[in-house]
Design a protein around this ligand. Sequence first.
Ligand code: GCU
Length: 332
Amino acid sequence: LAGATALVLAACGGGADAEGEGGDAAASGGKTMKLALNQTEEHPSYIALDHFGERLSEATDGRWGIEVYPNETLGAQQEALQLVSSGSVDMAIVSGTQLENLNEDFLVFNLPKVFDSVEHQMKVVQDPEITGDLYSSLEDSNHITVVGGFTQGARSVYTKDAPVKTPADLKGKKMRVQESDLHIAMAQAMGAAATPMAYGELYTGLQSGVVDAAENNEVSYFTQKHYEVAPYFSYTNHLVGLDYLVVNSDLLNEMSEEDRAAFDKEWTAAYGEHTQLWTESTEKAIADAKAGGAQFSEVDAAAFDQVLTPLADQFIKTDAQRALYDAARDAA
Ligand code: GCU
């Protein structure tokens, strides 16, 4: 370790001395990039990103690496995104809901029912014919490059006191949502009152009764221990959520062509591993949450479809959004 630290220090010092401030440090240098994550170390995103870092380091002879900071230690997503924009943090995984607040086109992929399955979603988000210049759209304004997506799987509702069958069962319930106007409207359409809140605050929010309900995938439901305080998981399957890997654009531009190619290659392997892990992790999360007392139940799917379907037309305002939506649906 001491040897490795000395090496890193020598490498950093050498770069600065040789090239001075504002020099093209990275063409020869590199960095162990700090990545902000709001998940635990057992979550598939942590595992896939950790492996991504290891492979990147190997592929670039140790020039570039990734240190994943889990559990919101570098801040909740809203803050992490700002830190990536300013360059204080190099990379982050953020939910699509956060990007929708910077460019309304991202909203399209946050809509209920836009993706039929994880497979459909991954096909869409990896197709440059569909995504066009969406992923580079924040570079000039925010210094943020979107590298690609990790699935969040299908999200469903969970509650403290009783299972949910129809939207009427959510009447009078306060449901935590991500910080997004669309998701506020979504919770309301499903019958609840919406409370936007950061992910890491939700366990306490449910426990103390600030909210009575939330919505997420089974993996988050289990790894965040939400099942302990909201044991009724009802399969509304209202949307297939999407996380993005975002990187500070200036840093990314500093990579040599060769290192950038290695980065892209290993990222492709990372989302492949993530998608594969997702299915196993979901099954394990269900079994473990059940063992911890959670109850999983089906809902009246048609009743939820009926209230959720109008959201697309309500929220799609521009031609660009409509084109993205149509292309995503055509790929179903
Ligand atoms: C999922 C998703 C996170 C998101 C969280 C939330 O866990 O992967 O990126 O922050 O849901 O509901 O806030």
